[in-house]
Design a protein. Sequence first.
Length: 98
Amino acid sequence: MVRVIGQAPLAATVYSLERLRCGACGQVFTAQEPEGVGPDKYDETAAAMIAQLKYGAGTPFYRLGATGGADGDSTAAATQWEIVEEAAQPLKAGAWIS
């Protein structure tokens, strides 16, 4: 399981969740993620950071993807677009208007 959060610019923490298989029925059981860590790969802060870098600082998606993370893993430009587009849905729906 990988959880990405927004920092300078992005940081990733890899959680190795133990998995056990029942010898009788063969069902696989996976440990729960640590408290405060949801099942989503990308945290809301990651979407905010990607959007800030793209639309605030003018960094192209491909350039942010080329920088990679601390573990050498990079996020493709198309994936970055999907993250930002999903995060923008409440704004498009006017959910921020009270």
